[in-house]
Design a protein around this ligand. Structure first.
Ligand SMILES: Cc1cc2nc3c(=O)[nH]c(=O)nc-3n(C[C@H](O)[C@H](O)[C@H](O)COP(=O)(O)O)c2cc1C
Length: 168
């Protein structure tokens, strides 16, 4: 699959089959995140893999994500964490931006591997930290729910090219 094909195929998937993700495939997705660019190549991130199956903390994670059902249905969650609170001269957070690029790479790799993902920003970061017993300087930036898709996702709509692109 080309990058273009993966970009065009990817859609948020919020419904998953119970089929576990093989370790090999999950590692390939995580590797795509590891290879992502980061500000000053700092790589101040950790990708925490949460296994939902037979996990006593599964319903706690569901609650921390405000009962979004995909959170418990997905066989795995990838909690993308930043360990820096430094800002760039452009006034943007190194952690947020770098982790987001890593997350985007992982969603595309998941697509290439016929897995579905949904990016989650609606979660309580403090509760997530507590549940996962994360160190103080490890801040969850995003959660990817990942698994084998049980449906095709919602149709995607996008603003027109001319509405979002400007040449100056
Ligand atoms: C920063 C960010 C936060 C998001 N948070 C959530 C979320 O908490 N729950 C959810 O169901 N979808 C969430 N999404 C998914 C978006 O709703 C989805 O990407 C958007 O509707 C476009 O649909 P598509 O991903 O199928 O192209 C989030 C996406 C982004 C980029």
């Amino acid at each position: 699959m080309t990058v273009k094909e993966a970009i065009n195929k990817r859609k948020s998937i919020r419904s998953f089959t119970p089929q576990p993700i093989s370790k090999e495939t999950l590692d390939e997705v995580l590797e795509a995140g590891r290879m992502a660019p980061s500000a000053r190549n700092c790589q101040e991130w950790k990708f925490i893999v949460f296994n939902n199956q037979d996990n006593e903390k599964s319903s706690d994670m569901l609650k921390a994500c405000y009962d979004q059902s995909c959170v418990q249905q997905a066989p795995n969650l990838i909690v993308i964490c930043s360990s820096t609170d430094l800002m760039m001269p452009c006034n943007q957070s190194i952690g947020t931006v770098s982790c987001s690029i890593a997350g985007a790479f992982m969603t595309l790799s998941a697509t290439e591997n016929n897995l579905g993902t949904v990016w989650l920003g609606r979660f309580d970061a403090d509760k997530t930290k507590e549940i996962l017993n994360l160190p103080e300087n490890c801040v969850p930036v995003a959660i990817l729910a990942i698994g084998h898709p049980a449906d095709e996702g919602l149709p995607r709509s996008r603003k027109e090219f001319s509405e979002v692109i400007e040449y100056r």
